[in-house]
Ligand binder design. Structure first.
Ligand SMILES: C[S@@+](CC[C@H](N)C(=O)[O-])C[C@H]1O[C@@H](n2cnc3c(N)ncnc32)[C@H](O)[C@@H]1O
Length: 228
């Protein structure tokens, strides 16, 4: 298939000037948005599925059609892998049977991450692969590192990996991590070498775009979440 994905266009010359303020705010002011009932019930089912399989957990946050969830389940057969996405359409696409150690969940991550943290989940690995970039400066608050849920993402801990075709997204995320945890991490060029973990990775690479990622080990740190 010929990939023809447009490169990111942004009006930002560098990291957003409001980034540090957004992160400070998320670290101080609790996120008040009530948990949606559909995500509460999806989480309860995922929690029960997981309890029946007491193995290290991998979270695939924003898994799209779930190909990465499947691949990770095969790559880590002694783990359980939970892919979460809010799009019923993407999750319903037929990509064959799921491995026994994989589960796809339709849920809003803004709520799912907070429920996972409250339930004491501590993923061994946590992937955020090609999140929606929201490249307009006005949309900083929709990027995960500009969103009030950001502390919950880090607080879950584990080997964290973010990938994007937008270098600035990964650079901003790295700055936000440093601000929240003191950990210094850098955006690095990622060359997939013919192996693609997700459809977006395949599409961007096939269109000649560079891919970026950051990885680091995060300790579980529920105290990062501000208390009401
Ligand atoms: C650009 S796609 C990438 C999908 C997949 N990771 C890949 O690389 O092929 C971003 C995905 O994040 C999902 N997403 C965005 N915001 C979300 C949210 N609040 N909760 C759950 N999923 C979300 C979208 O539905 C979409 O499938």
């Amino acid at each position: 298939m010929h990939a023809n994905s447009r490169a990111i266009v942004t009006n930002q010359p560098g990291p957003h000037q409001e980034l540090a303020r957004r992160v400070s705010r998320a670290l101080v002011h609790p996120l008040k948005k009530p948990i949606a009932e559909h995500t509460r019930s999806a989480f309860a089912k995922a929690d029960a599925w997981r309890s029946a399989r007491p193995r290290p957990l991998i979270l695939d946050a924003g898994c799209g059609v779930g190909l990465s969830t499947r691949q990770l389940a095969e790559q880590f057969p002694d783990h359980v892998v939970i892919g979460v996405d809010r799009s019923a359409d993407r999750l319903s696409r037929d990509h064959g049977e799921l491995p026994d150690n994989a589960l796809l969940v339709r849920a809003d991550l803004v709520d799912f991450w907070r429920l996972a943290l409250a339930a004491g989940w501590q993923p061994a690995r946590h992937y955020v692969l090609y999140p929606n970039p929201y490249p307009k400066a006005a949309h900083l608050k929709m990027r995960w590192h500009g969103h009030p849920v950001f502390p919950a993402i880090l607080a879950l801990g584990g080997r964290f990996e973010l990938r994007s075709n937008w270098r600035l997204y990964v650079e901003e995320f790295a700055l936000a991590i440093q601000q929240a945890t003191g950990e210094v991490v850098h955006a690095e060029l990622y060359r997939p070498d013919g192996e693609f973990l997700t459809p977006f990775e395949r599409k961007y690479h096939g269109s000649g775009q560079s891919l970026w990622r950051l990885q680091l080990d995060l300790p579980p740190a529920p105290e990062l979440l501000p208390t009401p």
